[in-house]
Ligand binder design. Structure first.
Ligand SMILES: *Cc1c(COP(=O)(O)O)cnc(C)c1O
Length: 490
């Protein structure tokens, strides 16, 4: 260290020592909860709300103050007012404590099955039924006709069989649970054969090798990343083999020099060796999207026709219902899955079941279902439709923004999301907003701060609003948020 560097270092140390000292002093000066509660402006709060609530709010506020002080690096003299929460501070804190944390947001990202924003949304018609079931007793596991115990799966089994053509069906908490249950029931302490091209990871730490391990099955990998042949499966199949597993690579594609064994061939191989075939289908579409110009995905109905023993898929991806794991397939095998004690731990809840049942009923009419299920409606919305909506929105709501804001309508792409149809680009129109006075990051943050929060995308210096994922009933609220954000600080 040179002399100059040493001097600088000593200077820094002195500053940080001073900062530490003044921080400690300030922390010591923070008044106690009791003391604050005794203040004349705080006493009315205990009458308006309950005392324990005010105490909790106060504790939270003081905790934040301590954290803020601890996090500052500058000397903190002169901050005596920050350690004394005002009546308003405490009321704000009470509001936070009494408002739900899980709440509505407006999704303006154009990502339809946005996992972080709750994937599929339910249509208003279904919600009515959901609230009835939530607020009353129901025949969840009661056979009203016979006056005796019934099965919770009875409400969806026939529907699922009718829609998919499967012999038997039931549901669990989510698709991850469905896969675990199938593998644990069929392949515990035995082998599961799976192609190296299908050892996928889905967001949220769902990884096939880990899931297999936790299910108690030994993984036998075959083939290579890009090519797996039938002979690869054949060469390792033995009396130790319990399952042939096929996993739909929902969220990525291997393209180029590739070979995979199609499901019908695998089913045939399974038959020959009397080994059940399990297909984790991931998104599980119940309708054919190709007439809408979208990539051909195998529908569950087509997969059932291959004769595969077990198919699992999500309730809240392309099906457009609540989070759930749907299992369809051969009756005898599904019976053993239902009986597995693990199923009790992965059991579907009645609110999910109510939403899933009503969602599935909409599929009985394959024509109107597209309009009635929000996820399907969003996926099939055309570019022309979005062009129209976006320009009408701009005309109707954004006329009076200050001229420091430029608003353009631009072509962009929405996404299906949720690891479904990864290559499927959905052409869309977006509102591209830019402020001369406020950075795009600041605008995006302010939108998140709005009530309800609006989640938008940033593209270079523009804030992008995709109406595909915004319900028409929410347009006014969205406009309100945009006007507030762009009118302040412009
Ligand atoms: C999404 C997905 C899962 C996990 O489904 P969840 O319903 O989110 O539990 C499992 N496997 C595949 C192939 C998937 O695409």
């Amino acid at each position: 260290m040179t002399q100059k560097e040493q001097t600088l270092r000593i200077g820094e140390l002195l500053v940080s020592k001073k900062a530490e000292d003044s921080k400690k002093k300030l922390l010591r000066q923070i008044p106690s909860v009791e003391k604050i509660l005794g203040r004349s402006e705080i006493i009315p709060l205990c009458e308006k709300y309950s005392r324990p609530l005010v105490v909790k709010a106060l504790q939270n506020r003081l905790e934040q103050i301590r954290k803020t002080i601890a996090a500052t690096s500058d000397p903190v003299d002169d901050c005596i007012q920050m350690i004394n929460p005002t009546q308003k501070d405490i009321e704000n804190e009470i509001l936070i404590l009494t408002s739900p944390s899980l709440k509505k947001v407006i999704n303006a990202t154009g990502v339809i099955l946005h996992t972080n924003l709750g994937r599929s949304i339910l249509s208003p018609e279904l919600i009515n039924h959901l609230t009835t079931v939530a607020g009353s007793y129901s025949n969840l596991e009661y056979d009203v006709e016979e006056g005796k115990r019934g099965s919770r799966y009875s409400h969806v089994e026939k529907l699922l069989c009718d829609i998919t053509g499967a012999e038997a069906a039931f549901v669990v908490n989510n698709n991850a649970a469905a896969v675990v249950l199938a593998l644990n029931t069929l392949a515990q302490d035995r082998e599961t054969i799976v192609s190296r091209g299908e050892l996928i990871e889905i967001g949220g730490s769902f990884r096939i090798p880990d899931i297999l391990k936790r299910s108690g099955s030994r993984m036998v990998e075959v083939g290579t990343t890009n090519k797996t042949h039938l002979r690869d499966y054949e060469s390792v199949i033995s009396e130790k083999t319990a399952v042939l597993l096929k996993v739909h690579t929902s969220n990525y594609r291997i393209v180029g020099f590739t070979t995979e064994v199609e499901l019908p061939e695998l089913v045939k191989l399974g038959r020959q060796h009397k080994v059940p075939v399990v297909n984790d289908l991931g998104s599980g579409s119940l309708i054919d999207f190709s007439p809408y110009g979208l990539t051909q995905e195998p529908t569950v109905q087509e997969v059932v026709k291959t004769g595969v023993d077990v198919i699992t898929f999500s309730g809240d991806k392309l099906l457009g219902g609540p989070q759930a794991g749907v299992i369809v397939g051969k009756r005898a095998i599904l019976k053993s899955l239902i009986k597995n004690p693990l199923n009790r731990a992965l059991r579907i809840d009645k609110l999910t079941l109510a939403s899933l049942e009503s969602t599935l009923r909409l599929y009985l009419d394959q024509e109107s279902v597209i309009q009635k299920i929000p996820t399907l409606r969003m996926i099939t919305m055309t570019k022309a439709e979005l062009d129209g909506r976006t320009s009408r929105f701009k005309e109707k709501f954004l006329k009076n923004l200050p001229d420091t804001i430029t608003i353009k309508i631009e072509d962009d792409l929405s996404q299906v999301g949720g690891g479904a149809l990864p290559e499927q680009h959905l052409p869309t129109s977006v509102l591209a907003l830019q402020s001369k006075a406020v950075t795009v990051q600041e605008c995006e943050m302010r939108l998140r701060d709005h009530k309800p929060p609006v989640i938008a995308r940033i593209n270079k210096d523009q804030l992008r609003i995709d109406l595909r994922t915004v319900a028409e009933e929410d347009e006014e609220e969205l406009a309100d948020a945009l006007c507030t954000v762009f009118n302040t600080g412009t």
